[in-house]
Design a binder for this molecule. Structure first.
Ligand code: DLL
Length: 434
């Protein structure tokens, strides 16, 4: 069992946590109804008044909020704090439309920092650790978020940001980094560059923990990273609107704890908007219970996951959410079949002759959708003279067809030939949209 950063909160009885959530929700709803013209209007449209919220389940009476609402109210029309009360902005670019601006009061920053302090302690970090923060610093929330959380637990921060990969590896060695926080795809790149420099992360560094997130990655990818680099890799989740990275797996490595005093999580059927039973995958919807500057009620994040209500052996009572398998909007429809890029990664990572990198190109040939998966062969298989590339390609095609229920074309490419990423990976090129 890992010690907790704040056992009083993290291990509080579930019933007490629910009571606390109800009190916070009620206060939040009154505050929004009284002071936010946007929420006031939306609650009236939905025919709901704060007095209607008489239990935690009544949260389902409240209106949803969408990313579009943030964009339509760019940059700060939804803020409930004046500029003098803000201590920070972060801005997320997104792929379409206007960026999203998030403002933070001092208390917002404090709650964010505390959520990361809890997260880092829950995966075994603390005083004496050197945490290399290799998420981008700046408008992106990854760098500064992890930075403040790591300092709070008394660890030593190595604020690398992204890029300059050889220097990352030199300093990792020279300053004895024990943990790294970055995207899984950037860690793969760091591992490869290290090998080219003749450095084995497993044998020549003190690295033993990875705090990896900001993009979907599969369980099989975790196993590969752990075995290759000799570290434990933990999944960390968050979005700019929530504050940034906030929720991380504990020592059990089975889903991330959503801190219930700060956030209330629902998993809904995206079509019917009804709650799904634990274990069933649906759209994650989050209400931030204590945010001051940019409150969020029933925010439709669009990420797909499932609730795990089993008691966590780590002792924390806050609900766990399983690994994200994609977004409602990253689902590709190939000849009528729903395909998620995460299924492709999952399938590829079971094949030893396949390397870590792949790219999906979707196009339309005549009236038909056509999907090409370019896959790097592993360096070992590539340098082995007796490797039968044709047989590997058949194996990959067969595996993908079994998992996806639709045939796709596979092209094997040389190790190192596909793009590498320092931040979030972009694995899908959908030419149908260009
Ligand atoms: O990516 C915040 C973050 C920074 C999380 C560092 C973790 C570590 P955004 O740029 O706003 O914020 O992107 C949020 O990224 O809605 C998910 O689709 C995706 N995402 C984030 N973490 C994970 C994860 C940051 N662990 C969007 N697994 C979210 C899968 C993730 N997807």
């Amino acid at each position: 069992m890992t010690r907790a950063w704040d056992p009083r909160i993290e291990e509080m009885p579930v019933e007490s946590l629910k009571k606390l959530q109800y009190t916070l929700l009620k206060t939040l709803v009154y505050r929004l109804y009284s002071f936010s013209p946007f929420y006031h209007r939306r609650m009236e449209e939905w025919g709901v008044h704060p007095d209607d919220i008489r239990s935690l389940d009544d949260i389902r009476k409240l209106p949803f909020m969408y990313k579009k609402d943030l964009r339509d109210n760019y940059p700060d029309k939804l803020f409930l704090a004046s500029q003098e009360d803000l201590v920070r902005y972060h801005v997320s670019s997104g792929t379409t439309g206007k960026p999203t601006v998030v403002g933070y009061t001092e208390r917002d920053l404090e709650n964010w920092t505390v959520s990361l302090a809890r997260a880092l302690v829950s995966c075994g970090l603390g005083r004496g650790d050197v945490i290399q923060v290799s998420y981008g610093y700046g408008l992106f929330t990854g760098g500064l978020g992890l930075h403040y959380g790591a300092e709070r637990i008394g660890a030593t921060v190595l604020p690398m940001s992204v890029g300059n990969t050889e220097r990352q590896i030199e300093l990792m060695q020279d300053l004895g980094a024990t943990a790294i926080a970055c995207t899984p795809s950037y860690l793969l790149h760091i591992g490869e560059v290290a090998e080219k420099m003749g450095v084995s992360i497993r044998d020549d560094t003190r690295l033993r923990t990875g705090i990896l997130g900001a993009e979907p990655w599969s369980e099989n990818m975790r196993q590969r990273i752990q075995n290759w680099l000799g570290i434990k890799a933990y999944d960390i989740y968050g979005t700019s609107e929530l504050s940034g990275p906030m929720f991380c797996e504990c020592s059990e490595q089975k889903g991330f704890h959503v801190w219930g005093d700060l956030a209330y999580v629902e998993i809904l059927d995206p079509k019917t908007q009804e709650p799904l039973p634990p274990g069933e995958r649906g759209e994650m919807v989050i209400t931030m219970l204590q945010k001051e500057a940019l409150p969020l009620v029933r925010y439709r994040i669009g990420d797909i996951s499932a609730l795990d209500e089993s008691v966590c052996p780590c002792g924390r009572t806050h609900p766990r959410v399983q690994r994200i398998t994609g977004r409602v909007d990253d689902m590709l429809i190939i000849r009528g079949i729903n395909v998620f890029p995460s299924q492709i990664e999952y399938a590829l990572m079971t094949i030893p002759e396949v390397g870590q990198h792949f790219q999906i190109i979707v196009d339309r040939k005549g009236a038909l959708d056509d999907m090409l998966v370019q896959v790097e062969v592993s360096p070992e298989a590539f340098s082995d003279k007796i490797t039968d590339l044709m047989a590997i390609r058949k194996k990959v095609e067969h595996k993908l067809r079994n998992i996806l229920n639709v045939g796709v074309n596979v092209e094997l490419v040389e190790p190192g030939s596909l793009p590498r990423f320092e931040g979030k990976a972009k694995r899908v090129i959908d030419r149908r949209k260009i």
